[in-house]
Design a protein around this ligand. Structure first.
Ligand SMILES: C[S@@+](CC[C@H](N)C(=O)[O-])C[C@H]1O[C@@H](n2cnc3c(N)ncnc32)[C@H](O)[C@@H]1O
Length: 363
């Protein structure tokens, strides 16, 4: 298993920050060197140093060496489909009230970013079942999860297939504490989710566009099986704080997605009449399509690019699994996860609810 604290060991992933703030992630491999145009740094020189050390390369250039946090890892790991950003993952854990020991269902698994946050929150006594209808994405996600944790978690299972078909077969009705849906058409899954949830259980939907938000909220209301849906979005604005120059950052990730939560009512319970809407909005699915052409459609990444990401994720997993063996074969570590995208600004838009980090949409 990956060590998340303590001195650096062979096989650990280490994030190096250079003089200009540029990040490079390396996997410590005996005999290997990190090269930049201003010198070389032996991986072996880092082994045994405390996390947070500053090391100099052969040219005297200093690097800050830190273990990547989960947030760092998910932002730089290979992507099959667009990931849930750390700011949203944190809110998902809070709003869905994910607790140690919980039985959690997630769909789709995409690149496995949310899976990693959920696994952390449920702990070893919880259980996560992740559904993904695309085999290649399931492979990328499995590679990323093993790549980060260093082993396949015993309490995690990926089921390949559509949630609407697979959930009833995979889990007994009324046995699930929490469900997280991150997909283009979550409204199609509300029926099976209602069956799977325990009374009081929570469904959380992560949705990219207002049309999807409206539609899933209405689908949930129409069942009469849930509490009134609550919706929000999370804006995190960084601040520049230096002496008297204290101001918000000029740039921020403005929109990623909306979160919607609702709780499962007990069998037979009927919500007390709520004075909520003066008039129910009226529209058909076709109207949504007309408003946002392609919102409900699916686009596909090139097979070549997807194959590359599967290879990268598997290489990361092999590197992590190899940690237990010494000496480590450097060839196993030849393809560590790629560096964090420089822009760090990958978002989903109306037409690509599942867009990739490279701007391609992948569903
Ligand atoms: C945006 S990705 C999920 C990203 C993931 N939450 C993460 O953080 O890495 C959406 C995924 O949902 C999958 N998907 C869409 N509808 C589905 C369904 N009905 N059942 C299972 N998977 C589905 C897609 O194949 C895609 O991989």
């Amino acid at each position: 298993m990956t060590a998340f604290s303590g001195p650096f060991q062979t096989g650990d992933r280490v994030q190096l920050t250079g003089p200009k703030g540029r990040l490079n992630t390396i996997t410590l491999t005996p005999g290997k060197q990190f090269h930049s145009h201003r010198g070389v740094l032996d991986h072996d020189a880092l082994v045994g140093l405390p996390d947070g050390s500053v090391v100099a390369n052969s040219g005297g250039v200093e690097y800050l060496a830190l273990r990547p946090r989960l947030a760092d890892f998910v932002m730089s790991m290979p992507r099959g489909a667009a990931i849930i950003y750390p700011k949203d993952a944190a809110q998902i854990l809070a709003q869905a009230d994910v607790f140690p020991g919980a039985t959690v269902v997630e769909a789709g698994v995409g690149s496995g970013a949310l899976s990693l946050w959920l696994l952390r929150a449920i702990g070893s006594t919880g259980r996560l079942v992740s559904f993904e209808r695309r085999e290649e994405f399931a492979e990328v996600a499995a590679g990323n999860v093993v790549g980060f944790l260093g082993a396949e978690p015993e309490n995690w299972r990926i089921v390949t297939g559509d949630l609407t078909e697979e959930l009833p077969a995979a889990l007994e009705p009324g046995t699930v504490d929490r469900v997280a849906l991150d997909m283009l058409a979550p409204w199609e899954c509300i029926g099976v989710v209602a069956d799977a949830l325990k009374p009081g259980g929570i469904v959380l939907c992560y949705i990219a566009t207002v049309t999807q938000l409206s539609r899933v909220a209405e689908a949930i209301r129409d069942t009469g099986l849930f509490t009134e849906p609550e919706s929000s979005e999370t804006l995190v604005r960084g601040w520049h704080v230096e002496g008297l120059a204290v101001r918000p950052d000029h740039r921020m990730v403005a929109h990623t997605g909306f979160l919607l939560t609702a709780r499962r009512l007990a069998p037979g319970a009927v919500l007390p009449a709520l004075k909520r809407r003066a008039s129910k909005s009226e529209y058909e699915d076709e109207d949504v399509e007309l408003w946002t052409p392609g919102a409900l459609g699916e686009r596909t990444a090139s097979a070549k690019s997807l194959r590359r990401r599967v290879r990268e994720a598997k290489a990361g997993a092999s590197a992590s699994l190899a940690r237990g063996r010494t000496p480590l074969d450097p060839r196993e570590l030849d393809a560590p996860p790629s560096e964090a995208p420089e822009d760090g600004l990958v978002t989903r838009d109306a037409a690509d609810g599942d867009a990739t980090g490279s701007g391609e949409a992948d569903q």
